[in-house]
Write a protein that binds this ligand. Structure first.
Ligand SMILES: Cc1cc2nc3c(=O)[nH]c(=O)nc-3n(C[C@H](O)[C@H](O)[C@H](O)COP(=O)(O)O)c2cc1C
Ligand code: SF4
Length: 503
């Protein structure tokens, strides 16, 4: 069945220059053998990676509604493991035991058997070569954009200043003393112009983007108490990961989620966890400390954070260099550098849909496509990793740095390692397009790599909370009834690599 068009409403740079995939020369097996990319690396924890190849976290929307590992989750990771990368990071997995749809969770012992099976599956499929980490995440509630009529009648709480503002806008409006209902209806009927003048900025956003909790909502007890709740929640989760047999954890301090919110320059909490960068990094460091105390020195503990938030008023690479140093000082085994992916500049969702943090310029920075500006998508964010690495090295730490963002050829990957821009090469979408790609390169069969188009069909699916697949897979075995497919006919796992054809 042909790949269906998934419209991709992501933002693109206004220049809209279409970049071709770079021409590249693949190495011979001999060249690959000598390449830095395929040399082992030993982390501080003692974990030995057989190569510097890394598959970063990717949510495939395959967990059960209650966050359990399903057979489709196992098949997803099994397929990556068959390509034997140095590391696979399991998708963002929720540390708290709260419902969050088909996203993996690790906030209770009942998740253990599934995660242990996942570990065994990856070990078996990679012949024990691939190390398995899990990305631990916390996020705050985000609701769908409501129907305006419903929002005004059910969710909005009018206050005296709303009445005042309405009377300033429409001086001869009635008094409505004691009749909230009629006032709500009058404002709703007033339409967008009246909404803009009567509502607060936060209410206006809630109406147009849906309710979204922020780490600065300290009037809410659960938000106020995050510094108390999260170190234990992450430590408990890391301990379960250890029990399940995972090699390590990656604390998610990137993109639009709770710990990234604390790191953000927009964090103006006044309780010692916001404001200056020294305060903003306090909770992520307390989380890392709690995790480390719980799992010991031999379990790998790393963190992913942003080299730049790419939003107005957000943290920049100067803050990120400082954060990198503090994480290194705290003794993490690696830092993984990402970019952007924020709610603040996301597109307004349709009514009944939820705002998605990868639809604005910061989303573009996170997962750049070939429709770009002069710089294009390939290795676009490497300079961030490089600057953070330099700051870490200047401070005297040797903590390895992972970079990602449009790295899909051996030539670029090897150059970045040789030039000491990074220590590990993360490749998400190229590994999705072809989970065997690192292995093909290593065997001198790079010309067989199914190359990612970097047009984000997969990301469009993620955005719609649909099972993630790659548009290139669908072309293989179109009529084979034995191939597992989604309900809309898409192939669920990458086709097998028939090596015999080339060896
Ligand atoms: C479908 C999809 C899901 C993703 N899920 C996550 C995630 O769970 N956690 C995370 O840190 N990054 C996530 N990312 C971002 C990737 O890890 C990576 O940083 C980004 O795609 C850029 O790397 P690339 O150019 O090699 O794809 C996701 C990316 C894609 C395409
Ligand atoms: S759908 Fe496939 S080819 Fe397209 S960007 Fe995603 S991984 Fe690459």
């Amino acid at each position: 069945m042909a790949a269906r068009c998934i419209c991709n409403p992501m933002w693109s740079p206004p220049e809209r220059i279409r970049h071709p995939l770079p021409e590249t020369r693949w190495p011979t097996a001999e060249e690959a053998r000598n390449a830095l990319l395929f040399q082992p690396l030993c982390l501080k924890s003692g974990l030995v990676l057989h190569s510097r190849t890394w598959v970063p976290a990717m949510v495939p929307w395959r967990a059960s509604e209650d966050g359990m590992v399903t057979p489709m989750v196992l098949r997803w990771y099994e397929r990556f493991a068959m390509g034997e990368p140095g590391v696979i990071v399991v998708e963002a997995t929720g540390v708290r035991d709260i419902p969050s749809g088909p996203l993996l969770r690790i906030g209770d012992r009942r998740f253990l058997p599934g995660l242990a099976e996942l570990v065994q599956t990856v070990r078996q499929a990679s012949g024990g070569r691939t190390r398995l980490l899990i990305q631990l995440i916390d996020f705050l509630p985000v609701r769908r954009r409501p129907e305006p009529a419903k929002w005004f009648s059910r969710f909005w709480r009018p206050k005296p200043y709303h009445y005042e503002r309405f009377h300033q806008t429409i001086p001869d409006a009635p008094d409505w003393k004691g009749d909230d209902g009629e006032f709500r209806e009058a404002v709703f009927q007033g339409g967008p112009e009246v909404w803009k003048s009567v509502l607060t900025q936060r209410e206006w956003e809630e109406l147009h983007f849906g309710y979204r909790e922020r780490i600065t909502d300290t009037h809410l007890p659960l938000v106020r108490d995050l510094p108390v709740i999260l170190p234990k929640a992450f430590a408990d989760a890391a301990s379960l990961a250890q029990e399940a047999g995972l090699d390590g954890v990656e604390i998610h301090c990137a993109h639009a989620y709770t710990l990234a919110g604390f790191l953000s320059a927009l964090n103006d909490r006044t309780d010692g966890y916001g404001g200056e960068k020294e305060n903003r990094i306090r909770l992520p460091l307390e989380v890392i400390e709690a995790v480390r105390n719980r799992v010991g020195e031999k379990m790998t503990v790393g963190c992913r954070f942003l080299g730049d938030e790419f939003i107005v008023g957000g943290s920049t690479v100067a803050d990120a260099g400082y954060f990198g140093q503090r994480f290194a000082e705290a003794g993490v085994d690696f830092v993984s550098v990402s970019a952007g992916g924020k709610f603040e500049d996301a597109k307004m969702p349709k009514i009944h849909e939820a705002v998605y943090p990868y639809t604005g310029p910061s989303g573009y920075a996170c997962m750049p496509t070939v429709l770009s500006d002069e710089r294009g998508p390939f290795g676009r964010n490497v300079y961030l990793a490089q600057k953070i690495r330099s700051a870490i090295r200047d401070g005297g730490w040797t903590t390895p740095v992972v970079t990602a963002g449009g790295i899909a050829t051996f030539e670029l990957a090897e150059k970045l390692l040789q030039e000491q821009c990074a220590d590990l090469i993360g490749s998400a979408r190229q590994s999705l397009a072809d989970p065997d790609w690192f292995k093909k390169v290593q065997l001198g069969l790079g010309y067989e790599v199914r190359r990612c188009k970097f047009t984000n069909y997969c990301e469009g699916l993620d955005q719609k909370h649909k099972q993630v697949t790659c548009q290139l897979w669908d072309r293989a075995d179109k009529d084979d009834p034995n191939v597992d497919r989604t309900s809309d006919g898409r192939r669920l796992v990458a086709p097998a690599w028939t090596r015999s054809m080339s060896l």
